[in-house]
Design a protein. Structure first.
Length: 127
């Protein structure tokens, strides 16, 4: 019984991350699910996110507050310094960028680009 409940919660948590374009933090996933799932605890959300990331189903993102991404293919991110929002940037993955590290003898599996600045939404609000 318990096992079944846990796997259903995990699926729910996984689906929430995959359906989101916000690259949610554990807290954001918890806040999104809590209204419809009052028995869900922060600990369960946190534990399952890490479990899913450990299984390679979600990607942990290297931002000051850990975020999760259900979109696994290499892609870039924009991080707004005003509102903290993280969004996808649809640029082409450029294998030439791996060259600098390969020239040092490293095996490169992927690289990640993070752009920092002020997002279009915050810019529009500032006008
Ligand atoms: Zn912003
Ligand atoms: Zn992303």
């Amino acid at each position: 019984m318990a096992v079944q409940r846990y796997s259903r919660q995990r699926e729910l948590i996984y689906d929430t991350v995959c359906a989101s374009t916000a690259h949610p933090t554990a807290e954001m996933v918890y806040a999104a699910l809590k209204p419809d799932h009052p028995h869900l605890s922060r600990g369960t959300v946190y534990r399952n996110l890490h479990l899913l990331a450990g299984q390679g189903k979600l990607r942990r993102l290297p931002f000051p507050v850990e975020r999760f991404d259900g979109h696994l293919e290499p892609h870039s991110h924009f991080c707004c310094q005003a509102c903290g929002q993280v969004s996808d940037v649809h640029n082409a993955y450029d294998p030439a960028l791996d060259g600098a590290a390969q020239a040092m003898g490293h095996q490169v599996d992927r690289h990640e680009i993070v752009y920092y600045g002020v997002c279009a939404h915050c810019r529009a609000e500032a006008e």
